[in-house]
Design a protein around this ligand. Structure first.
Ligand code: FES
Length: 68
C-alpha cells in the first residue's frame, strides 16, 4: 500500500503503526505541516477519537495510516 504510514516507514521514519491501520493504536501519529494539512481530507470521527489519546497532539495532527 502507499498510505503515508508506509511511505514514511519506507523512508526510515520511526513510525510504528502497531495496529496496521485499524485505528486502534495511535503509534502512527504524525504532525503535518500547516500548508499540507489544509489539503488533506478531514479526519473521520474515529480518527479524531484515537488522536485524542495520542501523546503530543497538535492542531495539525493526523494518523499516518489514514492518509492515502
Ligand atoms: Fe494504528 Fe494508525 S497504525 S492507528
Amino acid at each position: 500500500g502507499d498510505r503515508l504510514l508506509e511511505v514514511a516507514q519506507n523512508a526510515d521514519m520511526p513510525l510504528e503503526g502497531t495496529c496496521e491501520g485499524q485505528m486502534a493504536c495511535s503509534t502512527c501519529h504524525v504532525i503535518i505541516g500547516k500548508d499540507w494539512f489544509g489539503k488533506l481530507p478531514r479526519a473521520s470521527e474515529d480518527e479524531e477519537d484515537m488522536l485524542d489519546l495520542a501523546a503530543g497532539v497538535t492542531r495539525t495532527s493526523r494518523l499516518a495510516c489514514q492518509i492515502v
